[in-house]
Structures are given as structure tokens and as C-alpha cells.
Ligand binder design. Structure first.
Ligand code: GAL
Length: 669
């Protein structure tokens, strides 16, 4: 069964309307809704007084139309009675100011009172809905995030540090608190990295980021435990936020959940351009699949213009359908649109739904209905297929947090560097997984670990094992620079990875934008297709004398001219490429093309750049190809054999024209 539906807020509408909404949903092919995730003030209008009657009636109406429900726990929006009775649960911002009531996500995840009140409402809901025939799962809270800097967090941070370091002596040593006279004699002296405290010690700052991430993981765990015990038949998830959300270690947050769900807004109102970048969306889907190494749900999929104070881009005809199939292509097992109907009140009045404020079904409804009809027909065939990748991209939250503390260069962005390499693979239709640095990498032909900044001995050993087992690994500048406490290593760079890379960084330079310079490849076959790549942002000069690795590229200008920039080290049956610069898109493309060719990775199909191809594999039934034209023009597509398109039922072969924003789901004919 393929789940398809909308985020529905029955509490926003008169009860007499619910049956008509359910009928329209049913007609559009919806079989699931998400309910209640901000409804605390309706579910518990006064402390300890629970009201489930309205939600029971909503479920009843939806259930009679065959629609199931994922219930949200309402803890992202504590009601006024709670915040005014216990103002101490309100979060403190980085500048030390406590937030006030009026928005959402205003709570401290460590506050014992808030935790207790959260457990109470979740337990009451779990008890009430454990056997409800329409309920299939739970979404915990909503889009966790927001660090808190209150006194409760300060104490919890001290306890967390005590568990991590055991003694103050070890902590002082790990952080290097002798610098600027910061040696702590008592745990209680340790401050939080408030913005009023200036630029904090990097060790303290990284640990605080880890601690806040752990705080949400443990806050979530309390709800998981209650739901798991009371509702063994239901799945438990949370709605994540894709690749750009950077305050929680998402691998940790995903661990206790049954599945990952996420919220996909390809063009939100804050985008600079009125168009989606399908590469970013694809990377987000792949990251979300990577969190548990399995298929996922989209619990909020954009279907309309978003907006709070101003209104953003409205998806053009066919775009919502295209984004839906893109999600499925990358492993979505369910797609739920945000939201059913545009709210008439509240902060998100202008975050439009499938229906407008007046509830008249128009173009957007018709498009959703078209997808609903298609999925009713082919959804059973789509469900359960696996995305199989020969390439993995390493995402390290420790490195990400460390770069938040010290970006190294004003132009450097860790997620942008990951995206640049991903983009090069995506352009060639090479399926890619996203994995943490500790993952078992043995099944991949190529692993890219750009700017793997924080490296533990275990991570270094994992990469060594992968390469000596025959793997092909790419590392870049700023890898192996930091130890786990965010101290710079006392080794030649790239530190614990230097031997594996067969290089030693003799000298490094952080570049100004005006200092970008061309690179000259020294290896035939590398970079002969593309434009001349640039070294930018960073320049490691690799020591040539005694170098174990082979030089692949050299700098061409300034003091660096002639010095090695990129080197290849063959290790047993494996190889490592060390790239001493951040580079531009051309460099990433040249390297990715060369690596996949050398390692024998098979791109799925060659297509024009606007056309994406991915595949899902089905045990015993081969694979399905998803071909998506993200362009605004028709694109020529050369098929390598005859295929049947599940969506249209037609058999296609040879050269075809794929209309703008069209999707094909191809099965070998
Ligand atoms: C999401 C959030 C929704 C809604 C939506 C539009 O991030 O989960 O509750 O706020 O954005 O702003």
C-alpha cells in the first residue's frame, strides 16, 4: 500500500465541514492524513483536563472515508496556560534573553517540568488511541531544533560534561583551558557559549552543540518510550528537515525511530530565485534515506505557495506532481502534502494548501487528484523498492558543528562542499547514498568524504579498512585537522589520514575570492572533458619530496605555481585521492567523472542536464527507472532499449521528447 494524503487541521474548521473535506480527500485518492501536531490547547485545554472527543469525531469522519491517520504529539506548541503557569520552561536564546509566548518551539528541551508535562499529554494520547483502527503511527513533536541557553541547560550541560570527561583535569586538558586563563576548578564554573561571552573556546563550543543535539535526542526518547510501550502496532517517526538543517545530529535523532519522515519545500518563500534546485532536493532525499539506511516518508510536501508575511513561489502546473515522483524516486514510501486547506487565521494564513481559503477545488486540487489516481493504480508496484548506490557521500555532524564554530574561510561552507560533489554525481545520474563516517563502507565502489574535519582513530581506521579492501576514497583539504575535542592535531596534515593519503601538507593558505587560480592536471584522462577547473577558498601545498602519492594536478599561479594540489595514492587494491583545495564545480565534475570511470561505477543513463534518472530495485522484479524533466522545455532523451512507462502505459524506445516537468516510470519491456 502506498500512503498518499495531506496534513489536516480539523480544529481549524467548523465540524460541519469535515465530512466534505474527507469526501474531497477520498476523491483525490488520499488514504492518510497527519493530525493534531499543534493541537495541545484543544487536547488539554486546562492542566490535566484531556479532551479527545473532537479528535475522535474527526477520526471517525475520516475513517468512514477509508482515511488513516498519523497523530502528531503536540509538544512543539505548548499552550498559554502551560507557559504562564511555568514561565521557567521558556527557552533562553543565545543572547541570554528568554523567549516570550506567542510563537511555537518556545520550550527548553531539558526542563524537567516541561518534560513531565510532555510525558503526561503523550501518555494520555497513547492510552486513548492505542487501539484506534484509523491510527497507524505517530509523529513526535514538529521539526526539533532551537538551542536553549537557560540555567537548567547549563546544569544539564555540566552533568553531560562530567559523563564525557569524568574529571575536570581531563576536560581542561581536552579544551586547552590554559589559553586565556580559563582553567576550571569546579564544574559549576563552566559557562554556556552565550553571545555575550564573546568567541568561546572551540572545545566548549563543539561540546555544547553536541550536548544540545543530545538534549533533543533524549527529549524525543521519552516520548518514544511511552508510545512504544502503549502502541506496539504503530510506527513512530519525527519530521526532519533535509540537508540544510544543522543543529541536531540527525543520525542520532533517527536511531530510536521506526522510520524517518521529512518536510520537503523545494521553493520556500526565502529562496532567492523562483525555481527549485532539484539537486538540493535530491541530496535532501538521499540524506533522509541515509539516516537509517532505509526508505522514508515525506510528511510535508510542498503543493502551493508558502508565506508568512510575504508570499513565495507557487508551483507551476505539473511541478507538485514532478516533486512527488522525485520523492518516490529517491525512496519515499508515502507523500503527504502540506497542507489540506489554506488557513484563514494565524501566522501561516498565507502558507497555501491544496485548497484555497474558500475551499473551492481548483488547479492544485486537480493535480493532486491526478497523482492520487496514478498512485491508486501503480502505488502497489512502487512500494518497497530499494535505491541501490555504488557511491557514498560522508556526512559528519562533528565536522559540521566544528565548521560552525570556525568556518576556516569566509567563503567556506561544509554543506555547500558536499552539495558540489553530489551535484557532479547527480549530473551523471549516479545514485548516491549519504552515510556517517563510522558506517560500514564495504559495499561502495567510491566514497567521498570532503572536508572530514574531526577525525577519531576509529574513523581513520574505518577509512583505512575500506581502502585496503579495494575502495576508492576522496578526501579534501581541511580533513583530519581536528581531534574529537576540537583541538588541532599535532601531526602533519591531514593528521590521522596522512599515511592513508600518502601526502603531507607542507603549507596551507586560506584564499581570498580574488586569489582563485586555474589548476593544471598532470594525468591524461582527468579533466579532459570539462572547462578548466579553479582552485579556490583553500590551497594546501603538498610536499613533493618523498611523496608516496602520484601528483594529479598542480597550482599555476602565485607562490603556489608548480606545487602539487591533488594527489593519488594507490593502497593495495584501493586508492585515495587527496584534493588540497575546495575548488569549483568544474573541479568536482572532473574528479567525479574520473573516479566513477576508474572505479567502474555505472551511471544509470546519459541525459540532458535538466533530466534526472534514478532507480529503485524490487526483489525478483528488476528495477524501475524514474525519469524526471525538471526543465522548463521539452528534453530529448535517448533510450537504450524498449521500456514500458507505468504512468501512461505506453511502450517507449529510441529517441523521445520528454515534455517539461514530465515524469516517466520505466520498466524494462
Ligand atoms: C514546516 C512546519 C509546518 C509549517 C510549514 C510552513 O517547516 O513543519 O508546521 O510551519 O513549515 O511554514
Amino acid at each position: 500500500m502506498f500512503y498518499f494524503g495531506a496534513d489536516y487541521y480539523p480544529e481549524h474548521w467548523p465540524e460541519e465541514r469535515w465530512a466534505e473535506d474527507a469526501r474531497l480527500m477520498r476523491e483525490a485518492g488520499c488514504n492518510v492524513v497527519r493530525l493534531a501536531e499543534f493541537a495541545w490547547s484543544r487536547l488539554e485545554p486546562r492542566a490535566g483536563e484531556f479532551r479527545f472527543d473532537w479528535l475522535d469525531r474527526a477520526l471517525e469522519v475520516l475513517g468512514t472515508h477509508g482515511i488513516r491517520a498519523v497523530l502528531g504529539t503536540p509538544t512543539a506548541a505548548p499552550p498559554p496556560w502551560l507557559c504562564t503557569t511555568y514561565p521557567e520552561i521558556l527557552r533562553v536564546r543565545e543572547d541570554g534573553v528568554r523567549v516570550t509566548l506567542g510563537h511555537r518551539r518556545q520550550y527548553c528541551p531539558n526542563h524537567p517540568t516541561y518534560r513531565q508535562l510532555s510525558r503526561r499529554i503523550v501518555a494520555a494520547m497513547a492510552e486513548h488511541y492505542r487501539d484506534h483502527p484509523a491510527v497507524i503511527g505517530w509523529q513526535i513533536d514538529n521539526e526539533f531544533g532551537e538551542r536553549c541557553y537557560c540555567e537548567v541547560c547549563r546544569e544539564a550541560f555540566h552533568a553531560w560534561l562530567q559523563r564525557r570527561y569524568g574529571t575536570l583535569e581531563r576536560l581542561n586538558d581536552a579544551w586547552g583551558t590554559i589559553f586565556w586563563s580559563q582553567v576550571y576548578n569546579d564544574w559549576a564554573e563552566i559557562p554556556l557559549p552565550l553571545s555575550t561571552g564573546g568567541v568561546p573556546n572551540p572545545g566548549l563550543d563543539l561540546d555544547f552543540r553536541r550536548f544540545m543535539s543530545d538534549s533533543y535526542v533524549s527529549y524525543q526518547q521519552e516520548q518514544v518510550d511511552i508510545l512504544r510501550a502503549a502502541c506496539p502496532r504503530h510506527f513512530i517517526t519525527h519530521n526532519f528537515m533535509g540537508i540544510y538543517y544543522d543543529r541536531i545530529n540527525y543520525f542520532d535523532l533517527a536511531r530510536a525511530l521506526d522510520l524517518v519522515a521529512w518536510d520537503n519545500y523545494p521553493v520556500n518563500p526565502w529562496n532567492a530565485e523562483p525555481r527549485a534546485d532539484p539537486t538540493i532536493v535530491a541530496l535532501s532525499h538521499d540524506t533522509m534515506r541515509g539516516l537509517k539506511g532505509k526508505n522514508f516518508w515525506v510528511l510535508e510536501e510542498q503543493c502551493s505557495a508558502g508565506g508568512w508575511q510575504t508570499i513565495g513561489y507557487a508551483p507551476r502546473p505539473g511541478e507538485t506532481r514532478l516533486w512527488t515522483y522525485q520523492a518516490i524516486a529517491h525512496g519515499a514510501e508515502a507523500v503527504v502534502y502540506f497542507r489540506w486547506r489554506s488557513a484563514r487565521f494565524g501566522t501561516e494564513q498565507y502558507w497555501h494548501g491544496i485548497l484555497d481559503h474558500d475551499a473551492r477545488p481548483r488547479r492544485r486540487y486537480c493535480e493532486v487528484k491526478q497523482v492520487g489516481e496514478e498512485l491508486a493504480r501503480i502505488g502497489g508496484r512502487l512500494a518497497g523498492g530499494e535505491v541501490r548506490s555504488e557511491v557514498a557521500l560522508i556526512l559528519s555532524y562533528d565536522s559540521r558543528f566544528a565548521f560552525q564554530v570556525q568556518a576556516n574561510n569566509p567563503e567556506f561552507s561544509y554543506p555547500e562542499l558536499l552539495l558540489a560533489y553530489y551535484r557532479a554525481l547527480y549530473r551523471r545520474n549516479v545514485p548516491t547514498d549519504v552515510a556517517p563516517p563510522e558506517a560500514d563502507l564495504s559495499r561502495y565502489k567510491v566514497v567521498l568524504a570532503p572536508a572530514l574535519h574531526v577525525v577519531t582513530p576509529e574513523i581513520a581506521e574505518n577509512l583505512r579498512r575500506y581502502v585496503t579492501g579495494g575502495g576508492t576514497l576522496l578526501l579534501t583539504c581541511r580533513s583530519g585537522v581536528k581531534d574529537v575535542a576540537n583541538k588541532v592535531v599535532d601531526l602533519p596534515l591531514p593528521g590521522l589520514l596522512a599515511e592513508l593519503c600518502g601526502v603531507e601538507v607542507e603549507e596551507y593558505h586560506s584564499l581570498y575570492p580574488s586569489e582563485a587560480q586555474p589548476l593544471a592536471f598532470t594525468l591524461p584522462g582527468l579533466g579532459d572533458a570539462g572547462a578548466r577547473p579553479l582552485a579556490r577558498v583553500w590551497c594546501d601545498i603538498l610536499k613533493e619530496e618523498g611523496m608516496q602519492a602520484q601528483v594529479l594536478a598542480r597550482y599555476t599561479a602565485d607562490y603556489f605555481a608548480g606545487h602539487p594540489a591533488i594527489a593519488l595514492h594507490k593502497v593495495g587494491r584501493g586508492r585515495v585521492v587527496y584534493v588540497g583545495t575546495v575548488g569549483d564545480g568544474n573541479l568536482c565534475q572532473a574528479l567525479a567523472d574520473w573516479l566513477i570511470r576508474e572505479a567502474g561505477v555505472q551511471p544509470l543513463l546519459a541525459t540532458p542536464s535538466e533530466v534526472e534518472v534514478t532507480a529503485r530495485w524490487y526483489d525478483g522484479r528488476g528495477r524501475l527507472f524514474f525519469v524526471l524533466n525538471h526543465g522548463r522545455e521539452a528534453a530529448p532523451l535517448q533510450l537504450d532499449r524498449a521500456y514500458r512507462d507505468l504512468l501512461s502505459g505506453r511502450t517507449l524506445s529510441g529517441l523521445i521528447a520528454l515534455p517539461a516537468r514530465e515524469a516517466l516510470i520505466l520498466e524494462e519491456a
